[in-house]
Design a protein around this ligand. Structure first.
Ligand code: F6R
Length: 613
């Protein structure tokens, strides 16, 4: 959904911009550009494709300046072409705007602006912001150019509808950058004699960990040694910066070829970091209103994509451990259904980024219907964390790969702990059961280390199957969402057709797609459903499938002549088993994509945070 970085300071901004763009590339990679104030003029270098292409062009033109902006685009309006690449300028060319998000009323605004003589050079919604600012700069009353810019932005925002963050550079105020946002992220990095504006913290993390989160409607002005914040009416206000605890190592590949593989291997640490703070975290959250929680009789969970798969498993956790009726819904669907107003009800939103537009819309709806709200989120200060009554942070560090891995398993441990705490506070589980289960939860990082040792085996397996035209995943109960997640992982990074099904459903239709040699991955730990899964194995094999069983040690012994290949994962309790079972599927997706030569960290058509509906 576009990545933006801005720098103003004493040094040449170009290396800061290029490095920041590379770190934001997960947000979009259709085209990229940098725009630098050089000798009172705005110099623009832009190219279609990834930041590497832009870098080549920058080397040729060698622009220099101490204030500049960079943008990497995920196309919404207008195809990925040079004229649609950012930045966009007003008619004078003295003002540039870069933008992330969507301006919903851009067609009507464009018509009006054109009728007033503005000349458009692109098909984008961004360009209307530049022309609106051009007009408003002429019409607001102000004490100086900086004041004029702030007032013009406030006035422009009143005309815009949609979710956006935009950044402005103006030749009349060459020492500053301005930014504003509504439902899209905008963070300020506070350095020494240099400051940054960006869509996400990794863009400047190697230079500063001191961060200021800008809120909806606010306007921020950064100069090399000062930051000014204004409310939507243009009145100055202040906010304390926060210190981000992510370190530089967490945003590097650390010897791995791709972030996806690195993040798969980060999982033991991610779980440990999440669990370390979890007990205290949920204790604090739940103590806020223990009586309310005792009465809680409905939980709704909303999320998208991989986080939705975590939510599906969360339902099993909360219903089984806390005895509370739980509904899970795709956030994009939840927003548009009739919601019965509720009391004693909690809505949980799960999101790695905390910026997913659909999830934000869904939790807002639940809030309006009287639900208490809890965010399970990985990004401090993100929109979701500000919207919800309570926040529980997963601590898996920045997730850079577009395909989510460590955020998913961290969300699962968070949900399990939540269910345990709820069950304990409403008396659904005993103290002894709580302690035993919590111990099992704490043993997961070690088991995760073990499961990662399967990489060699899984990688070897992909050599045999990576050219197959389709992949099927089957699971039951808590492993059904893992089948969905395995299929999603394969689809998004290798572009192969992959489907996940509830094992009991295949005979109701899906079995017909099995052909000779179709790889079918069956999640079948040795538990009370094991025998039923053995039937599924046999049904698929009888139709020519190449059956891979993902099982535990006790299951492996029984599957010798039933599956074509057995992958043995460590055993934990039935509800936690999916946390381990998903790992071989993540590795599988990675290695299929790697063998096919796919751009794993930047899968086609995708972006990491989906900040538009
Ligand atoms: C899949 C993936 C997406 C995200 C989804 C929600 O690997 O990354 O499906 O899970 O877009 O994103 P968040 O969790 O940031 O709300």
């Amino acid at each position: 959904m576009c990545g933006i970085i801005g720098y103003t300071g004493k040094k040449n901004c170009v290396p800061f911009l290029l490095d920041g763009l590379k770190r934001l590339e997960y947000r979009g990679y259709d085209s990229a550009g940098v725009f630098i104030l050089q000798g009172g003029q705005i110099v623009t270098v832009r190219s279609v494709g990834k930041v590497a292409e832009l870098e080549k062009m920058v080397l040729q033109t060698n622009p220099k300046g101490t204030t500049g902006l960079g943008h990497t685009r995920w196309a919404t309006h207008g195809k990925p072409s040079e004229e649609n690449s950012h930045p966009h300028t007003d008619c004078t060319g003295d003002l540039v705007v870069v933008h992330n998000g969507i301006i919903e009323n851009y067609l009507s605004l464009r018509e009006k602006l054109e009728s007033r003589g503005h000349k458009f050079r692109s098909e984008t919604d961004t360009e209307i912001i530049a022309h609106l600012l051009e007009e408003n700069l002429l019409h607001v009353r102000a004490s100086d150019d900086e004041d004029r810019l702030i007032k013009a932005i406030a006035k422009t925002n009143k005309a815009l509808s949609g979710a956006y963050a935009y950044y402005v550079m103006w030749t009349r105020t060459p020492y500053l950058l301005a930014g504003t946002k509504v439902q899209n992220p905008l963070v300020v990095g506070i350095g020494k004699e240099e400051n940054f504006l960006a869509s996400d913290v990794p863009a400047f993390l190697q230079h500063t960990r001191k961060v200021l989160f800008v809120e909806d409607g606010e306007i921020v002005i950064i100069k090399s040694s000062s930051i000014r914040l204004f409310d939507k009416a243009g009145v100055e206000k202040s906010r304390k910066p926060v210190k981000i605890d992510w370190d530089q190592k967490k945003i590097e590949k650390g010897g791995f070829r791709h972030f996806m593989l690195k993040e798969i291997h980060d999982q033991p640490q991610a779980l440990e970091d999440t669990l370390r703070t979890e007990r205290e975290g949920f204790g604090k959250i739940l103590n806020l209103d223990t009586t309310g929680l005792r009465k809680l009789h409905t939980v709704h969970i909303v999320a998208c994509g991989t986080a939705y798969h975590a939510a599906l498993i969360g339902k099993y956790y909360i219903e089984q451990l806390a005895g509370i009726s739980t509904q899970v819904e795709l956030a994009s669907e939840y927003k548009y259904r009739a919601l019965v107003p509720a009391t004693n009800a909690l809505a949980i939103a799960i999101s790695q980024s905390g910026e997913t537009a659909d999830t934000l819309g869904a939790i807002q709806k639940a809030k309006e219907a009287g639900f208490g709200t809890l965010a399970i989120c990985n990004v401090k200060g993100s929109s979701l964390t500000r919207l919800c009554d309570h926040v529980f942070y997963t601590h898996c560090g920045p997730e850079i790969s577009v395909a989510s891995t460590k955020a998913f398993t961290s969300q699962l441990v968070a949900l399990y702990a939540l269910a345990l705490f709820l069950g304990q506070s409403n008396g659904n589980i005993s103290r002894g059961f709580f302690e035993k289960s919590y111990k099992e939860l704490l043993s997961l990082p070690k088991a995760m280390d073990e499961v990662l040792k399967l990489e060699y085996d899984v990688r070897h397996l992909t050599r045999k199957i990576y050219k197959e035209k389709q992949f099927i995943f089957l699971g039951r109960h808590v492993n059904y969402p893992i089948a969905l997640e395995g299929a999603l992982k394969v689809k998004e990074v290798s572009y192969k057709n992959a489907e996940g099904f509830a094992a009991g459903e295949i005979k109701h239709g899906p079995i017909s797609i099995i052909e000779k040699g179709t790889p079918v991955f069956i999640l079948m730990p040795e538990d009370r459903l094991f025998e039923k899964m053995v039937f599924a194995c046999q049904e698929c094999r009888a139709r020519g499938a190449f059956v891979v069983a993902i099982t535990t040690k006790a299951g492996a012994k029984q599957l010798k002549n039933i599956a074509d290949k057995i992958i043995t994962v460590p055993t934990t309790n039935e509800l936690l088993q999916p946390v381990l079972d998903v790992v071989p599927l993540q590795i599988l997706a990675y290695w299929i994509a790697k063998r096919l030569g796919c751009d794993i960290d930047h899968p086609r058509h995708l972006a990491k945070s989906v900040t538009v509906e």
